[in-house]
Design a protein around this ligand. Structure first.
Ligand SMILES: Cc1cc2nc3c(=O)[nH]c(=O)nc-3n(C[C@H](O)[C@H](O)[C@H](O)COP(=O)(O)OP(=O)(O)OC[C@H]3O[C@@H](n4cnc5c(N)ncnc54)[C@H](O)[C@@H]3O)c2cc1C
Length: 392
């Protein structure tokens, strides 16, 4: 008789949780996903997926569906905030694919989520807010706010920045507010001057910056506009703002920016938090993944990509010959910790460098941009499967 499959409970049905569910189901585990949300809806505009994240999506067989739902960004360009002039550009598209082993895509979060739900053979169990975890040598139990409990052999906390599972692993700690908020939205491409030519497009200026790129095959332009505001601290995918607030925050900027911000139907507003890198991610039967393990500011575009790398590493260790669950979790944590720490801290630094006042510091930064492709190769060209194989 073959042994019964490992029972895995995943708390969180975001990008990290659902990708993990697909990967572990394919390895023969019995997987259940729980989420506090009462209905499935992914909002909050778009994310960019790079070669490092795509490697994992390809490995679990959903890379093509993700490509079909995305825009393949053809170039990166940086514009001056006031004149709109391009001061640095570089091809992406085929160039990026050849150098980093996968495409660089912009994808609406709702489209990403749909592909993940199609790939998961099951339905996340909704309205289940995890509030406590009880672990013993024989198993782990998750308690939910509605009083229900489930038992599993392994628990994965993919429950985001304010993870409840994390409390079990590390004890309480505080999220760190960056002092910055962002406005987010998607604008029809014909309402953005020159939008049909956009790749991964940055507008950089004093104390503010805006990043935008096409989604949905170029039908829309997704933007994230970053503004310091120490008083606006609400962190919610669904908080709204008036478009006029964003336009006012970018007064004096090139018309391309203010027109884009003004033409959006719905603007989301989001306060940006991260946490200090964790020393410990796992116990014997519980581990963390994605933002629950390494919440980072979005200034390197790596939060989802790092969650995807986590999935590749965790799924490989859990099926490696001779490793029990506890040993697999330790190996996973070891291979992921230093890398995600470096990207977490680097993301903080990028904000400063994107928001310099015009002058010598900006000129220095612009000169450094000439080596951008080399400087990001360690992030985008990373192959998590090779990194894991080297440790086995
Ligand atoms: C402005 C902005 C732009 C970004 N751009 C990019 C980008 O271009 N590229 C990129 O790679 N990343 C980007 N990111 C980061 C990316 O969005 C996150 O890193 C990623 O979504 C994290 O996924 P996750 O699955 O770990 O967590 P989440 O997406 O936060 O999902 C967590 C899930 O857990 C559920 N949950 C939470 N608590 C509980 C509980 N107690 N019980 C049950 N369920 C619970 C939540 O309802 C949610 O469904 C961006 C982030 C922001 C804010």
């Amino acid at each position: 008789m073959s042994p019964s499959p490992l029972r895995v409970a995943i708390v969180g049905s975001g990008i990290g949780g659902l990708t993990t569910a697909i990967a572990l189901q394919q390895k023969g585990f019995q997987v259940d996903v729980y989420d506090q949300a009462s209905e499935l809806s992914e909002i909050g505009a778009a994310v960019s997926i790079g070669g490092n994240g795509m490697r994992v999506l390809d490995a679990i067989g959903i890379g093509q569906a993700i490509r079909d739902a995305s825009s393949n960004l053809q170039r990166i360009e940086f514009h001056h905030w006031q004149t709109g002039e391009i001061f640095y550009e570089h091809p992406m598209g085929d160039w990026y694919d050849e150098h980093f082993g996968g495409p660089f895509l912009g994808i609406h979060r709702a489209d990403f989520h749909r592909v993940l739900l199609e790939g998961y053979a099951g339905q996340p169990k909704l309205g289940r807010r995890a509030v406590a975890v009880n672990e013993s040598p024989d198993g782990v139990e998750v308690e939910f706010a509605d009083g229900s409990k489930v038992e599993a052999d392994l628990l994965i906390g993919a429950d985001g920045l304010r993870s409840a599972v994390r409390q079990h692993v590390t004890g309480p700690d505080e999220a760190v507010f960056s002092g910055m908020t962002c406005f987010r939205g998607v604008v029809p491409v014909d309402k953005v001057p020159g939008g049909d030519k956009f790749g991964l497009t940055f507008f950089l200026g004093p104390n503010r910056h805006l990043v935008c790129y096409p989604v949905r095959g170029g039908e829309g332009i997704n933007f994230v506009a970053y503004v310091p505001d120490p008083d606006w601290t609400l962190e919610s995918w669904s908080a709204k703002a008036e478009p006029a607030e964003a336009v006012a925050a970018f007064e004096g900027w090139t018309d391309t920016v203010t027109t884009m911000l003004g033409n959006v139907e719905e603007t989301g507003r989001w306060a940006l938090y991260d946490r200090e890198p964790l020393r410990k991610w796992s116990t014997d039967r519980v581990t963390l993944l994605g933002d629950a393990a390494h919440p980072m500011l979005p200034h390197a575009g790596q939060g989802s990509n790092q969650a995807l790398e986590d999935v590749g590493a965790l799924a490989t260790y859990l099926t490696a010959d001779g490793l029990g669950v506890a040993e697999a979790l330790q190996r996973y944590e070891q291979v992921r910790k230093a890398r995600t720490r470096q990207i977490q801290l680097g993301s903080r630094g990028n904000a400063t460098c994107f928001q310099l006042p015009d002058g010598p510091a900006t000129e220095e930064r612009n000169a450094r941009l000439l080596s951008l492709p080399d400087n990001v190769a360690w992030i985008h060209g990373y192959d998590v499967f090779t990194a894991v194989q080297e440790t086995l």
